[in-house]
Design a protein around this ligand. Structure first.
Ligand code: FAD
Length: 389
């Protein structure tokens, strides 16, 4: 274990790895990334990894647009191929969703994103197996899609090894030392690293890491399940399909395979992050399959290939906490991905790394500052109350 570094990043999910990746690319010096399990072992590696821009506030749309750009040029932007399948992202809209949907389209177009408005007949032509009951129209983002989350994380970490990043898997951080209000060192299971910069990217454990320097983050956790089914129809032309009425999403996973999960707006299924069931349970499986059968009746008789449970780490407005904490110089939060931060990880990491290095960030992340709730500032959604971002 090295005894000093220019920056220490705690957490080897997409948020920590992205921040470390861009710090290294900026020539920040020696960067140590500590991951107590293995890279992408928790939320990141279990993500459905949608790369889409269908959000209802300008900052998230801007970051998501940058994500599409980064994944489209992954060799140059992220250090290698991340397995981007640009299958498109289609959201089905009911009459009740039309007004809010139009606001989203307008915001996306203002951000320069290609968006197509599809009639019911267009959707039927593309996806004849989908029952369009209560669907008025759909929105298609042709440039969106999904990637391989583990490959992305490992690629982003390994590609900057020569630029100063040292990754330690199986080594947890155990404390942060301060000197006169400045970060001075990080304690680990294998010794102490002197450093003046620490990034808290510990995901579900972000509150614990923050508490080492006296910070309190209000976080909740929800168990989240995805399943992969072998379906009785061809899926090669299947886009990402989001259905806010029946509240599920699905996308192709392989030939005649769909990945399916419960979609926004969501209920929370609270969990103990140290001890929760990471296996697929029968009742959630049944719920997911019922949603799919309602929209795609011919999925009846599908065979389960696999399924898993992982977690969302959730803030009070379902957006992450990113940025410095005024009272602790050298400390930066990059915590709580909620359901969106696989895709937002690389663009957030890029801008946070610029902030740490004292360079103008490509995106102004001030709206994500960790202290926003104390100032009464919360992200709002055009979908009204609820957690649809
Ligand atoms: C089922 C599911 C589907 C999802 N689908 C999507 C999607 O389609 N699109 C999307 O954008 N997002 C999606 N998400 C959300 C996305 O995966 C998360 O927002 C994102 O992965 C969060 O990344 P993270 O780096 O904050 O957390 P994590 O990946 O959990 O990483 C945090 C890491 O910190 C490590 N750690 C904690 N404490 C310490 C310590 N003391 N020392 C060292 N290491 C420590 C942990 O071991 C962990 O590996 C999904 C999530 C789930 C669960």
């Amino acid at each position: 274990m090295t005894s000093s570094a220019d920056a220490v990043v705690i957490g080897g999910g997409i948020l920590g790895v992205s921040t470390a990746h861009f710090l290294a690319k900026l020539g920040y010096g020696s960067i140590v990334l500590l991951e107590k399990k293995t890279l992408a072992a928790v939320s990141t590696g279990h993500s459905a990894a949608a790369i889409r821009t269908f959000y209802s506030n300008p900052l998230t749309i801007r970051l998501a647009r940058r994500a599409v750009e980064m994944f489209s040029n992954a060799n140059e932007e992220l250090g290698g191929d991340c397995g981007f399948n640009q299958v498109g992202y289609m959201t089905l809209l009911s009459q009740a969703d039309l007004e809010a949907g139009k606001q989203v389209i307008e915001m996306e177009r203002q951000a320069g994103i290609r968006v197509e408005e599809l009639t019911k007949a267009d959707v039927h032509e593309r996806l004849p197996m989908v029952d369009l009951e209560n669907v008025d129209c759909a929105i298609l983002e042709p440039d969106s899609g999904y990637v391989d989350p583990v490959k992305t994380t490992r690629t982003m970490a390994s590609s900057v090894k020569e630029m100063g990043l040292d990754v330690f898997e199986g080594v947890g951080a155990t404390g942060i030392r301060l000197k006169n209000g400045h970060v001075d060192a990080v304690d680990t299971e294998e010794g102490t690293i002197q450093t003046s910069v620490v990034v808290n990217a510990a995901g579900g454990w972000g509150g614990q890491v923050g508490s080492w320097v006296g910070l309190k983050y209000s976080l909740r956790w929800s168990r989240e399940v995805d399943i992969v089914l072998e379906v009785p129809f061809e899926t090669s032309a299947f886009p990402w399909l989001s259905d806010p009425q029946i509240r599920f999403y699905t996308r192709q996973e392989g030939p005649r395979q769909l990945l399916v999960g419960l979609g926004f707006p969501k209920e929370i299924e609270p969990l103990d992050i140290e001890n929760y069931d990471q296996n697929l349970d029968d009742s959630t499986r049944e719920r997911i399959e019922t949603c799919l059968r309602r929209r795609i009746p011919s999925s009846e008789g599908s065979k389960l290939v696999r399924g898993w449970a992982s977690m969302y780490t959730i803030t009070d407005d379902w957006h992450p906490l990113v940025g410095p904490e005024e009272q602790i110089s050298g400390y930066y939060a990059c915590v709580a991905g909620n359901g969106h931060c696989f895709k937002l990880g690389p663009p957030i990491g890029e801008s946070l790394a610029h902030m740490i290095a004292g360079k103008p960030p490509p995106a102004d992340l001030n709206q994500l500052r960790p202290g926003r709730f104390a100032e009464g500032e919360y992200f709002k959604s055009v979908w009204g109350s609820g957690n649809r971002a």
